[in-house]
Structure formats: structure tokens, C-alpha cells
Design a protein around this ligand. Sequence first.
Ligand SMILES: [Zn+2]
Length: 227
Amino acid sequence: MDSARRHHTPSPSHPRLPTRRALLRGGAGLTVAAGLAGASLLTSGTASARPGHGRQADRPRGPLAVDYPGAEWIPASSSNYTAADRPEQYPIDFVVIHVTQEFYDDTLAIFQNPDKAVSSHYVVRSADGHVAQVVREKNVAWHAGNWNYNTRSVGIEHEGWIDQPDQWFTDALYTASAALTADICRRHGIPVDRRHIIGHNEVPGADHTDPGPSWDWARYMKLVAAH
Ligand SMILES: [Zn+2]
């Protein structure tokens, strides 16, 4: 996981939806515009109250809250991601694989803590492969440490520690995560290859080493491709 606080810069108003060209230019206004664009789909007139924040908490809870049918919806704090309207607003080109270096429950607690400025879209539990969705895929989770890659990816956190693969990288974890990644790739048209399913360590500029050298990429990609 990784912080993205620097991308989160509230600003008073952006009355119009930004054009794609404006979004691609980047800059400090980008996140704010993205946040308002996302919020404006759900509410009108109140978006400026909390620019840049997700509005997911205002929506009804239930099975429709998840993008992946097998996931349990355990929402992150709306302070820890950028509301958006993907893939219209940004293409979704990558799945980024992470390892938490935290326990599953502690990871969820971190994502629910509005002071942490970090999130992913999914968290997979080691012991049984249980999948939690914490941020909707249309929104930009803060996991890659790279704004461009955050906007263009779905992030999956895996419970465990990179130097204890035998203990944490279980069959259940690989199997459940591969099914999830296959579903994400299918829904977004992401090619099932290592150019598009990448480790956090492979994000340009990444200073994180997860999922680490013991993550079995050959096994994982075979499992994803089998779906
Ligand atoms: Zn990571």
C-alpha cells in the first residue's frame, strides 16, 4: 500500500465537467476535477461541500455495491480515494498486485481511517481467499504511489508479508485473487499478460518492493488465464 495524500487537494469549485484533454494535462486541479465529476453523477448542488471526496457512503449498501460478485463490501473512508467515473474518465489498463505487510483486519482498518490517505480496490485474505472490496472500480484508489497509474489501474492487496511466502501466499490466496483479476480483466478488456498485470514494484517510480521476489508470477498468471 502507499500514500497519495499529495494528490488530494480540495478546491472550492469546478462548475463544469473537465474534458478528457484537460484531465490528461494533469496538474493539481486534476484530482479535484475528478472528484467533482464523480460526485456530480450522484448529487447536484452538494458536490462542492466535499470536493475530491467519494460519495459512496451516501449510497445504499447491498450486493450492488460491489463490482465483483464474490466480494464483500467493506468501504474505505471516502477521504482515502478519489471519486471518479472510470472508465469514461480514465481508461483502466492495469491490475496492480500488492502485499499488505499487515493483517487483513488491520488493512481494512487502515483503509477506513480517514487520516491514512491510502486504499486499494480489493483486499484478499490469506487463510481462505475471502475478498473484500473497499473502493468501487470507477473510483481512483490510492495504492500505486503514482497518480497516472492510480488513475489507470485496479489495485489488489494480498494479506501477508513478502518474506514469509510459505505462510501467507496460500493456495486459497492465489486461487481467489486469480479469479478476481480474471474478472477485472474481462470486464475492462485488460489483456491477461505481465505488461498489464503488474506488481507494485513494477510501477514506474515505485519505492515499494511488494509483492516481492517470492510471489509466484508464473503460477498466478496461469491461474488467471485459466478463467
Ligand atoms: Zn503495494
